[in-house]
Design a protein around this ligand. Sequence first.
Ligand code: ZN
Ligand code: ZN
Length: 245
Amino acid sequence: MKLKYDLHIHSCLSPCGSDDMTPANIAGMAMLAGLDVFAVSDHGSTKNCRAAAEAAEEYGLVFVPAMELTTDEESHILCLLPELKAAEEFGEYVHSKLADVQNRPEFFGNQFIMDANDNILGIEDRLLISATSISVEQVPSLVEGYGGVAIPAHVDKDSFSVLANLGFFDKRWGFPAVEITRRGDKAALAELHSDLRGMAFITDSDAHQLDALPDAEFELEADERTAKAVIEAVRRGSLSGRLEV
Ligand SMILES: [Zn+2]
Ligand SMILES: [Zn+2]
């Protein structure tokens, strides 16, 4: 079945995410946008996934627990997990690899951990946009170990992407797909980087504010309406298309 998706959305736990990006608000906006499936993918943490999963259930939407991981090369990798427990265990592991730098909310923004009713449960002290000590090539098998799948985020962006930081994309890293921004020039990317040719891609909003959540536009082909099936669709590349010259 076709599912309209947005697998890259930041909540108020990301310092750069606005404070009204609560899990409950994101779920409500996802429904209004016409999405079937959405993910909350905060920088370096999965701690708002539980609230988002609860809120998604109330709206009858599929929720994919996720994280945008920063590698030690400062490349962003979108990590999708099949269920909450795996996401929380993965979150703990990544936290243990996250640089021990304290957040300065007045400078970077708040990092609120929420429940599904817009109550603040806690504040994350460690700066979540810091790099981890995990390298790009370690991420695919690491996330597979939790039953999930990893995708290099916004590869066409000129910062915090594998292309920007490493200068190349290597098929041997083992990522089954990549993420391209809405404005990304797919033909130009495939022309420039031969290892991207034939790769399946997704396009997400990477929204940090509620008004940045666009109407549902992109679809993937999943066997059923579950996070597991969405991850399976990413693995086999049943996504928005493939990068061709
Ligand atoms: Zn990013
Ligand atoms: Zn992001």
